[in-house]
Design a protein around this ligand. Sequence first.
Ligand code: NAD
Length: 291
Amino acid sequence: MLILDGKIASAAIKEQLKLEVEKIIEENKRSPHLAAILIGSNGASETYVASKVKNCSEIGFQSTLIRFDDDVDQSTLLNKITSLNEDINVDGILVQLPLPKHINEQKVIEAIDPGKDVDGFHPVSVGKLVQGMQTFIPATPFGIMLMLEFFNIETKGKHAVVIGRSNIVGRPMSILLSSNIKYGNCTVTVCHSHTHNLKEICLQADILVAALGKPEFVKADMVKDGAVVIDVGITRVEDITAKKGFRIKGDVSFNEVAPKTSAITPVPGGVGLMTIAGLLKNTLQAYHLKQ
Ligand code: NAD
């Protein structure tokens, strides 16, 4: 059984990006610039954004973190996005989700210039993805595709089962795996909260992607021998014995599932790190689009 180690795969991608930035700087050009907007003080969001900013600086990208209080009004946020859209020194814009209830998430996503939409959530980006056009792929599914490529996991003709149909993970993942691309060409089944016979469907999966946000939901009796299992889940589960008072759990019951698989991602240390690699690659792509 192969551990699909996100540390190894993301480090290799970051190293390559770092070399590309060094080349840009040698040509006396400015380096790629990501602007991240964080609203409020949600612990998980703070951690994700801090990690994105840190990863930018590690490879030589510029980054700007813009913070607003929880009670920021929607127009202030939209005005900020407009000014970032117009700023020729900003290549990529991301607004960390989820947003406070009083803000219309869709309006915010649609306010971002599709040319700077490095999260790939804008309807223009999604439409292009569906049509197989060059676009910004949402960072998590993009990171998973990069992982499949890094470990050279054969996907052609395989049955992939994706649990979850969210706009940020499950849906784009299902589109990518079914696309006529290298590391695509799967027959894809998308499962969700209304799916009947989930266990039977999962048992048919050569590639199982769990993205439902329910810790350790996928058990050994749901997984076919030799399957490739990709665990997207990240849930903070209270644990008083842990230093921070919680542990990160994936959607797969790793200890019992891993021995049945041919390859599996760990949590933490799997898809989460690849998501950052996907975001960094998108930011470089946005930079090159403007040159
Ligand atoms: P979401 O809540 O938006 O969507 C969950 C999906 O799972 C829904 O489509 C729902 O229909 C489906 N679902 C829920 N319960 C189900 C059940 N019992 N059976 C079948 N389907 C069920 O969540 P999301 O934003 O897609 O995130 C999913 C998980 O991935 C979360 O744990 C999240 O924290 C994690 N995540 C990780 C990364 C990363 O970088 N690793 C990035 C994004 C999200």
